[in-house]
Design a protein around this ligand. Structure first.
Ligand code: 6PG
Length: 271
């Protein structure tokens, strides 16, 4: 498939790139993936754990899940069995305009019958970001009942991509991208002039399914480097997210995919 069309290609056994037309189709496709995975997972194991992405791209997806766009599908999701976590958070209080938690509450959580105890937010309001990271890791350890060395396995991790190659709050040039032991770390991010709290790459890669949601021409060069360039995670931390046992879906719109050459059977794309 030459870019400009839409469609799906399997780049490696567990990595898929799906190109959709534009932002609305990106949100709809993301919501459809969420719905089918949530229903299937709840049917199979009685619950569904998802780490939400922050940023602006996923808002449309969350709004579709909440039935905001008119579809009455929200009632068909088993909300009481779904647990929401976050892949990262800014070091701000929950009501702050920059809060990822606030964005998810406004666009989804406040609109669906989700029990309060199913919302596991990162406490960005704590004065010490490192403490917020520690507390979040303790909450994950208790929820996933994981032993010391066993990583938590989210059923779904939603991620975005910054044009600088970051994902969650794993930014180029920060210590967070080297972390292999802790599940959650805090990091000063020069670019944002703020601390951030983030899940680390080993946790993100341990998910059963990871979906990157990437839209817009401004991401095209970075996406091409990440999917078809050399493996340079120090420059492109999103390359660190490589599910070992799970699946990785790059859900991208045509503008973001505009520099990719996606030939069926061309295994050189994707990681
Ligand atoms: C955040 C996100 C971050 C985001 C990218 C893309 O806290 O901002 O976790 O990783 O996904 O920066 O952001 P946009 O979707 O706004 O382009």
């Amino acid at each position: 498939m030459i870019v400009g069309q839409t469609g799906t290609i399997m780049t490696r056994s567990n990595v898929e790139i799906k190109v959709v037309a534009g932002p609305d189709e990106l949100s709809e496709a993301g919501a459809a993936e969420f719905r089918s995975l949530a229903r299937r997972t709840v049917q199979e194991k009685g619950s569904f754990t998802v780490a939400l992405s922050g940023g602006s791209t996923p808002r449309g997806l969350y709004e579709r899940l909440s039935g905001e766009s008119g579809a009455s599908l929200q009632t068909k999701l088993p909300w009481k069995k779904i647990h929401f976590f976050w892949g990262d958070e800014r070091h701000v209080p929950p009501h702050h305009p920059d809060s990822n938690y606030r964005m998810a509450v406004e666009s989804l959580i406040s609109k669906v019958p989700l029990p309060r105890q199913n919302v596991h937010r990162i406490k960005g309001e704590l004065p010490d970001a490192a403490k917020a990271a520690e507390e979040y890791e303790l909450e994950l350890r208790s929820f996933f009942e994981s032993s010391a060395e066993q990583l938590p396995r989210f059923d779904l991790v939603l991620l975005g991509l910054g044009s600088d190659g970051h994902t969650a709050s794993l930014f180029p040039g920060t210590g967070a991208i080297q972390e292999q032991t802790r599940w959650v770390v805090s990091e000063w991010v020069e670019k944002s002039n703020a601390f951030r709290i983030t899940l680390t790459a080993p946790v993100l890669s341990n998910a059963s399914r990871v979906i990157f949601l990437v839209g817009g021409k401004e991401k095209a060069q970075t996406l091409q480097e990440i999917l078809q360039g050399d493996y340079r995670p120090e420059l492109f931390p999103a390359q660190l997210v490589r599910p070992i046992h799970g699946e990785l879906l790059w859900l991208v719109d045509r503008a973001a995919a505009s520099l990719l050459r996606l030939d069926h059977g061309n295994q050189s794309t994707g990681r």
